[in-house]
Design a protein around this ligand. Structure first.
Ligand code: AMP
Length: 116
């Protein structure tokens, strides 16, 4: 069993977070250290530590993460101009929290995809 992170506590509303969306599969909340005017994390309610751990049984939750990102982007008013969806995996990907999450980042031009 993978170890829970603080994101499980946010999902269960045991610690505070600015939750913007929640349903039976996913939860979305504002990043505590935003890198852009809109920076929201969308996470599955069940613990999937990294992209490496994704299996077919997770597809409903993983797919919902993207449709929810699109809905929130519209609500945030950034859909037309565009935004970036990012999943970091393990050390080289820069993953800090081992509960898979989709970053929805936008509200300004984001520059090159990968910093050199
Ligand atoms: P990653 O590097 O992809 O694992 O991203 C982890 C993200 O979680 C970072 O952008 C952090 O700022 C964010 N984060 C860490 N703790 C919290 C928290 N308590 N509430 C909201 N976002 C958080």
């Amino acid at each position: 069993m993978a170890e829970e992170t603080l994101f499980s506590k946010i999902i269960r509303r045991e610690i505070p977070a600015d939750i913007v969306y929640q349903d039976e599969l996913v939860t979305a909340f504002r990043d505590i250290a935003p890198k852009a005017p809109t920076h929201i994390l969308i996470v599955p309610n069940i613990l999937i530590p990294t992209a490496n751990d994704a299996v077919a049984g997770h597809e409903a939750a993983l797919g919902r993460m993207i449709t929810v990102a699109a809905k929130i982007a519209k609500e945030e008013g950034i859909a037309e101009d565009g935004y970036r969806l990012i999943i970091n995996c393990n050390q080289h990907g820069g993953q800090e929290v081992y509960h898979i999450h989709l970053h929805l980042v936008g509200g300004r031009p984001l520059g090159p995809m990968i910093a050199h």
